[in-house]
Write a protein that binds this ligand. Structure first.
Ligand SMILES: [Zn+2]
Length: 102
């Protein structure tokens, strides 16, 4: 049986200055607030991809919501501080609302 595996999302920080954002293609500086995308690349293998919080679009927020629900349900990477987490979730919520109102 074919099971469609969804990407998973979490809130974290850029691991290095070389991780490219999937949208703007620039590299968020190490430690920058990002959405981590855990994507299936092939059988049971995941790749970690990144998107800067500035690049959260309504369409992207919608795919996050399909995977997790509202922003407060999106998990945090280990060690995330509450303030940064709240900021990223607020960005996601805004983009979800923008999508609803479009
Ligand atoms: Zn970006």
């Amino acid at each position: 049986m074919l099971v469609r595996r969804r990407n998973k999302y979490s809130i974290g920080r850029a691991p290095s200055g070389r991780a490219r954002c999937r949208r703007c293609k620039s590299c968020p500086p190490k430690g920058a607030l990002v959405i981590v995308i855990s994507a299936f690349v092939r059988h049971n293998r995941r790749a970690r991809l990144y998107r800067c919080v500035e690049c959260i679009t309504p369409a992207f927020a919608q795919t996050v919501r399909e995977a997790h629900g509202r922003a407060r349900r999106v998990p945090a990477e280990p060690g995330m501080d509450q303030e940064a987490l709240a900021e990223a979730r607020a960005q996601l919520d805004r983009a979800m609302d923008d999508g609803d109102n479009a």
